[in-house]
Structure formats: C-alpha cells, structure tokens
Write a protein that binds this ligand. Structure first.
Ligand code: FRU
Length: 916
C-alpha cells in the first residue's frame, strides 16, 4: 500500500515535470517563430486639421499592410518644444526609422541632427528643416505650387491690371516661404499682375479673418486672393461674403483635400476658383521607410506631384479621390478582415498549442495510469499471494489448535479417569484404616496419631479429587441438579452439627440462628451440602481461636438468604470477584488450597438460579440467596420432600481433632535443639513426634519465626518455603546474615520441587534442600550429617585457632571468631574483663554469645577466654624473661597461686616446671 502510494507520488511528480517541459518547449517555439518587428516613430506637428489626419491615416493604412512595421505617432500639437522632446523620446526608444513633420524649420533642426548622429535614419516630410542633414525628404514641391497658383491667375485674366492679395502660412515654415517664392516668381513674369497686399496667417482660418477684414476695409476688393491652404482660403471667402464682395474675388487655395470642407468640395461649390493639390505623402513615407529598412538606397529628395484642381477637372478629381478613398476604405476593411483572421488564426493557433499541451499531459497521465495500474496489479498479486500464505498458515494453526484441543481433551479425560481410579483405593485405605483401628490386639495402639493422619489425609485427597471431578463436570456442562423439596433449616442444622465438634475443639463461638420457621426450598442436596461445607470449611480455616462464626437464614418475598459470617482474616475488597475464579485464591490466604472450592460453590448456586456474594468487614460474610418455589427449576427432574439423611452429606475432614502436643523431653539432656518452621500442623506434629525423642524440638508456624530463632539459637533449623509471614527464602537469608544465627545449619523442607526454587534457597544460604513427600530416614540422616559437619568445623576452629587468626577470612563465622579473638587478646591483662563486656563489644546478648561460642567451639565463653590466657602464658613462659608472678599479673590473674593452679589443671604441669 505504502509502496503503491510512493510510486503514485513519484509518477505524479514525473508527470508534472513532463508537462512543464512540454510547455517550455511550446513557448520556446512560439518565440522562435515570431518575426523581427521594426519600430517606426513619427513626430507629427499637429493633428488639428483634416490634411494632417489624412496623412496619419494613410500612414497607418500602409503600415497595416506590413506586419513587420510597427508605427508609433506622437502629436506635438503645434508646440515646438514638445516636438523636440518627442523626437528625443523616439531616439531613446531606439526607433529603426524616424519620420518628422517639423512645425518650424530652425528649432527642430538640432533634434533631427541628434537622431542622425545616433544612427537613426530620418525622413523629413512636408515641411523642411534648416539644413539637409537627414536621410530623405518627402513632399510636394512648394515653389512649384506657388508657381502653379500664379500661372492659374495669369491664364484666367490677361488685359487689365490685376490685384492680388496673398495669405501666407506660418512664415517660419518652409512651405509658406517656398510657396510665396514660387508665387511671386510666377506673378512677376507679367507686368499687369501685382500682389497688392500680403497677409501672414498661421495656416488656420482664424488667423485670416480680422487681418483680411481690416485690409478690405481700406482697399478695393482685389481680383484674386491666393491663400497658402484651403482652410485659410475658406476664411477669406467668408470675409468677402460678409462684405458681399465674394462674387468679385476669385480665391485660390492649396491642399485639394477630398471630403467635406476639403478643397475639392469648395471648388465644386464655387467657393474657391481653384485649389492646388498638395499630397500628404503618408503612404509614401511608410514605403520609403520600408525601403530604408530593407537596405535599399533611396533618393534624398522625393518630390510628390501636385496639380491644379478647378471647375474643369474637379469632377474627375473628385471621382478619382472617391475611388481612391473607397479603395483605401476597402483596403482598411480587408485589412480589418485580415486582422480578424490573423486574430482568429492566432487564437486557433494558441488553442492548438494548448490542446497539444493537454494532449501531452493526457498522454503522460495515461502512461502514468497504465504504469500505476500495472504496479497496483503487481502489488495486488503480491498481496493475494501473502493472503494465500496467511490463510494457509491460519488453516495450519487451526488444524494444530484442533489437534491440541483434542489432545488436551484426551489428556484431561485421561486424568479424569485416573482421578476416578484414585477414588477406589483411597476409599479402601480409609475404610481399612478405620476398621483396623477398631480392632484390639493389632499392634497399632501406639500408632493412633499416624492412623488419624492417614485417615484424614486420605479423606482430604478424596475431597480434592471430588473437587477436581466436579470442576471437570462443570467445565463440560454435564451437571444436572436433581432438586428435592427440602427444609433448609433442618438441612443446615445437620451441617451445623458436623462442624460444631471442630468449633468446640478450637474453640470457636459457632452459632446457627433463624426466625424463619419452615424455609422450604428445592435443592440438589449433595450439591448444596458441598456449597455450605465449602463456605464453612473456609470460615473455620481462617477464623482464629475464640473467634465467631454465625449462620443465619432470613426471608424475603421471593427468597431465602443464608449468611455465613466469620471474624477471620477477611478478604481484600479488590479480590471479591477473583476468589470465585478457578485456581485462584486471595492474596492473604496462605493455606493449602486447590483454588476450586469457591468456583464450584458459585457454579452450584447458579445451577439453582441462586446467587452468592461476598463481603468483608472485620471478617468475611458469604450470602447465598435461593429462590422460593420450584418454577425456576422446571427444566430439571424435581422430586418432592424426603427425609434428610447422612447420604446427603460428605464426611468432615479436620486433621487436628487430636491433641496437639509439645515436644517431649529427649532422653539425652545434651541433645541438640531443632527449630521447625512449618505451618502444616499435621506435618509439624508428625515431626515433633518423630524427632522429639532425640532432639529438643521447637515449633513455629511461620509467624514470629525469626524472633523464635534469635531467642532459642537452635543447633539446626528445618524450614518450609510457603509460610504466612515471610517466605522460607527470606527467613533463610535473614538468619544467615545475622551474626546471632549465621552459624546455624538450615534444612529446607518444601513441596516446591522445581530447579529455580532449589537454586534460590541455596543462594539464600540453605545447607540442605529436601522436597515433599520425603522419606523420614533421609531427613534424619540429613539432620545428623549437618550436625556432624558442624562438629568437624568446631574441631577445626578449636584446634587451628592460630591459623584462623592470620587467614583471609571469608565466612561470617571466621569473621566472628577473628573479632572475638581480637577483643579477648586486647583484654588478657584485664582481671575484670567479663563475658558481658565481650558480648557488648560484639553487639549481641550474653546468652546469644554463649550459644554461638558453644555451637562453634564446643566450650563456654569463659572457658575460651581462660584457654586464650593460658596459651598466652605458655608463650610468655617459653619466650620471655618474665617470672611467674609477673606473667600471672600481666595476664590478669588475681594471684600467682591461682594462675599456677589453673595452668597445672590445663596442662598437667606447674608453670615453674614448664618454664624449666
Ligand atoms: C496642414 C497644412 C496644410 C498645408 C501644410 C503646410 O497642417 O497647414 O494645409 O498645406 O500644412 O505644411
């Protein structure tokens, strides 16, 4: 799964890289296919009149036919400074060709020079500059225009004196200067023609009105007015009209524009007599630019043709212009269509590119998906194979579990039948023992205790086997109660009587009370007997001497409740439920138990649809609730009331129904002391009886065991492991690490036969480890061998004391002896040094010191001190020059005489003779 996810992630990553790469390639292609575009800048003088608009338009139309040309028009609005700045702007933009229509010649010249110096080709159009530092000039011949106007006037009048008024354009601009020049040249060729007045206009109508009105106020109406363009000519006509002399004056203009208020229109309407065609040259300028850019050589002066338009040719001209105009419009229209198609083409082209990209993505995704599907199939296949393996393994496990279950079943059946087999011989043993005991003269009189022991333990075994069989039956659900109508009070009275003897013997205050007169219940008597027997056995087991056990029956509408309350050790609250589980017992229960009793009890009560609960407060209370009537037991085979007999009860088994004896006094007064730490009364009593003849036997049931050992300082300790207060391991460790008891051999006698427990006991310092059941002879031999070893050690200690002193001691006993010798040596010359002093220095009591020294060395402490003194005396007598009195005082003897007597008693010779 993770792998698949990882692959999926990896593939997506690859897909995106692929897509990005494709897009990149496409975009590269796009930029590569784009053609180089030339920038053409046009510095227009102004766009206030139609002539200029026409110029711009024809430029744009021409440019639109050359996609490689990009035209930008800047309008100076008749502001010279502005035009200079705009030219500089074009230079900075790095235009490929610069076209300039100068407002005035002089101020614009340096700006054009600058462009030329930067290497930009410059086309000057319409108006000229001061010099000829430009690439090409384009425009009509203004001298010729002036001249044509003059000729037109001359040809229309021949005889009289003809008066002419000339209205010039801006005198700072070259067309105005050249047109005047050409006009004068023409007029002056005829003597009767004279330019009476000249008015300087600025190319616009407004500049004419006042000046001409004023002039006409002072002179007679002239024959001709020549205005340098049609706009000013129209102004002149309006003035003349106002003065109502318009029919007397012939007006000639320049430009010959087509369209409303254009020169052609004015000629047609008779406002102007003629107009000289002055072409804008817009289209030609673009063509010229293209040629320059294509590297062709162009002529410096490109002069456009002009012609006079008057009433004779105006229609033809109009028609021609109309056509041209239409053609231009058609071209513009077609251009628009072409542009639209180009746009469509471009958008379709882009669409195709996007589609191609998407196709690529799709392709990559399809490939990725196919790959993923392949990987998924592969991992699915792998998973299926794993699954198959798991299924077959599970089947194997199931088969194995079935086999195991069958095997377990067979094993349990085997043990069950074996347990059944045990019952017969055990029954035979108990009945035989009972019958032997009743017979006199069988030689068994001295074995009353052993007989009871055999009997009780056989019964116990029988009970345990019965519990085991009941458990097995419950486990197999093969129990079916046979309820009999029973008076619960009578039934419990019989059980009460059975336990009463035990209550009297212990003694325990045992009561059975009830206010219920006739509590009738349907119960399987054998089962319920086991229930109450179990509860009461437990109560007796855990209730101490002089404690209380009370049975009561109470009644509710539907039930009878039997309570068994004792003042025993109680059950920890958290274990209330646990104690009903099989093989478990409460933590504070150290008594031997199968752990099945309460489980069976609860199951039996539940089979009766009853309830059992436990509560513990200053003792334990079990409550058994049984339902009245028989409805709840209908499924079982019910029978009506019958007499309660002994057959309904099992036999009580209390081991201690004989007198508990103390250890008898052994025959030998010097006999060793044995401390038995064992909580099983049967076993401890048996050991007392068996060992009591040869040893002083002391007993502890596990409580206060350490204190007892410290108090007695026995010669040997026999200790169980499972004990109430602390375990045998713990006891062993405590005894072996305490100076007072460390020398005592410990024999562990336990039912734990496993290796781990054996090792644990030996590590705790145990000397011998015997497991139950044991052969008494082996126990006896083990005790005597331990005592013999102790004797050997004692011999070693008493005879090799000198060596012991200097050895590297490792046992605690050797440490003890070393300390003992050091203290005695230091006090040899102290007559008042006593056993109490010595015990104090060793931090143990006088009695404990006495017992320990006696156990280790076989002599009393004072004897040992004396021996040490005499040994030192012997040494001093042999090696020093001191006399006997000096030695006697030095060694703390009260008088030399007493020293001599003691010495002689020990070594058989007097010190004097010994020295000699
Ligand atoms: C247009 C115009 C024309 C004239 C030309 C001279 O702006 O005034 O009427 O012929 O300029 O440059």
């Amino acid at each position: 799964m993770n792998n698949a996810f990882f692959l999926y992630k990896l593939d997506l990553k690859n897909i995106f890289i692929g897509v990005f790469f494709t897009l990149f390639l496409v975009s590269c292609n796009t930029s590569e296919s784009r053609e180089e575009v030339y920038k053409i800048g046009f510095a227009q003088a102004m766009t206030t009149d139609n002539w200029r608009r026409d110029m711009n338009k024809s430029m744009q139309v021409e440019a639109s036919m050359h996609p490689e040309l990009s035209l930008k028009i800047k309008d100076a609005n008749n502001d010279v400074q502005r035009q200079i700045k705009q030219i500089e702007g074009f230079i900075n933009d790095g235009v490929d060709v610069l076209i300039v229509s100068p407002i005035q010649s002089v101020p614009i010249t340096p700006a054009i020079e600058k462009a030329m110096n930067t290497g930009i080709p410059v086309i000057v159009i319409d108006r000229k500059i001061q010099n000829s530092n430009y690439t090409a000039y384009l425009g009509a011949d203004n001298f010729d225009i002036g001249n044509q106007a003059a000729k037109y006037i001359i040809t229309s009048k021949s005889s009289e004196i003809v008066h002419i008024v000339e209205i010039t354009g801006d005198p700072g601009s070259s067309p105005a200067q050249e047109r005047t020049h050409g006009f004068n040249n023409g007029i002056n060729s005829k003597s009767n023609f004279t330019v009476t007045q000249q008015i300087n206009g600025n190319w616009e109508k407004k500049s004419v009105i006042t000046k001409l009105t004023n002039l006409l106020d002072t002179i007679a109406p002239p024959d001709f007015i020549f205005a340098h363009n049609d706009r000013m000519a129209l102004g002149a006509w309006e003035v003349a009209k106002k003065k109502k002399i318009n029919s007397q004056i012939k007006i000639i203009g320049v430009d010959g524009l087509f369209g409303p208020n254009g020169g052609i229109q004015l000629v047609k309407e008779g406002i102007l007599s003629a107009t000289i065609l002055y072409p804008t040259g817009g289209a030609e300028a673009m063509k010229l630019s293209k040629r320059i850019l294509d590297g062709e050589s162009v002529s410096k002066n490109n002069i456009l043709k002009s012609v006079v338009i008057d009433s004779v040719n105006v229609d033809i001209m109009q028609n021609q212009f109309d056509k041209i105009n239409q053609q231009q419009n058609d071209i513009a229209l077609q251009q628009g269509v072409i542009n639209q198609q180009i746009d469509t083409y471009n958008s379709q082209n882009n669409l195709i590119k996007i589609m191609l990209c998407l196709l690529c993505i799709l392709l990559i995704l399809v490939i990725g998906t196919i790959y993923l599907v392949y990987r998924l199939k592969k991992s699915k296949h792998h998973l299926e194979r794993n699954n198959q393996q798991i299924i077959s393994q599970r089947n194997q496990i199931e088969n194995f579990a079935k086999k195991l279950e069958k095997y377990n079943e067979e094993k349990i059946n085997f043990f069950t039948s074996l347990s059944h087999e045990f019952k017969t011989p055990l029954t035979l043993i108990t009945s035989s023992i009972e019958s032997i005991a009743t017979k006199t003269g069988t030689g068994l009189q001295g074995y009353e205790y052993e007989r009871k022991l055999i009997l009780n333990n056989s019964k116990r075994l029988l009970r345990l086997i019965n519990e085991l069989l009941d458990f097995r039956k419950l486990d197999a659900n093969s129990f079916s109660p046979k309820p009999v109508k029973t008076n619960l009070k009578q039934f419990l009275e019989v059980i009460y009587e059975d336990f009463n003897n035990e209550a009297l013997r212990k003694p325990i205050n045992f009561e059975f009370t009830t206010n219920v007169k006739k509590p009738i219940v349907y119960i399987d008597r054998l089962m319920m007997d086991k229930v109450f027997f179990n509860i009461l056995s437990n109560a007796f087991k855990f209730t101490p001497q002089n404690g209380n056990i009370r049975i009561t029956i109470t009644e509710t509408d539907e039930t009878y409740e039997v309570s068994v309350k004792d003042s025993g050790i109680g059950i920890p609250k958290e274990e209330y439920e646990k104690i009903f589980n099989p093989f478990t017992q409460a933590k504070n229960n150290t008594k031997n138990s199968s752990g099945l009793g309460l489980y069976i009890t609860r199951k039996f009560v539940e089979l009766h649809k009853g309830q059992i609960s436990v509560n513990s407060h200053k003792g334990t209370e079990f409550k058994i609730t049984l339902l009245k009537g028989k409805k709840h037991l209908e499924e079982f085979e019910l029978s009506e009331f019958s007499e309660i007999t002994d057959c309904d009860h099992q036999v009580l088994e209390f081991t201690s129904d004989f007198e508990i004896i103390d250890s008898p006094i052994p025959v030998d007064e010097q006999a060793e002391h044995i401390l038995i730490i064992e909580d099983n009364t049967d076993l401890s009593q048996l050991l007392i009886r068996k060992l009591g003849q040869d040893y002083f036997v002391h007993l502890s049931d596990g409580t206060q065991a350490l204190q007892k050992a410290f108090q007695i300082i026995p010669d040997i300790i026999i200790c169980d492991i499972n004990l109430p207060e602390r375990s045998g391991f713990e006891l062993c460790k405590n005894l072996k690490t305490d100076l007072r008891t460390s020398h005592i051999p410990i024999l562990i006698l336990t039912a734990l036969s496993d290796q781990a427990s054996r090792i644990k006991a030996l590590q705790a310092g145990a000397d011998i480890y015997l497991t139950k059941p044991f052969i008494f002879d082996v126990l006896e031999k083990s005790i005597s061998s331990l005592l013999y070893n102790r004797e050997k050690l004692r011999y070693y200690y008493t005879h090799k004391l000198g060596e012991v002193k200097d050895e590297k001691f490792d046992s605690s006993e050797q440490h003890f002896l070393k300390d003992l010798n050091t203290y005695i040596e230091a006090n040899l010359n102290n007559p008042s040094f006593s056993v109490e002093d010595l015990a104090k220095q060793l931090h143990i009591s006088r009695v404990q010191l006495y017992r320990k020294v006696k156990a280790l060395l076989g002599i009393s402490v004072s004897e040992y001190i004396n021996t040490q003194r005499l040994e030192k005396a012997k040494y001093l007598l042999q090696t020093s020059t001191l006399n006997i009195s000096e030695i006697a005082y030095q060694l703390g003897y009260s008088s030399p005489g007493y020293f001599s007597t003691t010495f002689k008693n020990k070594y058989g010779v007097s010190p004097r003779i010994f020295k000699k």
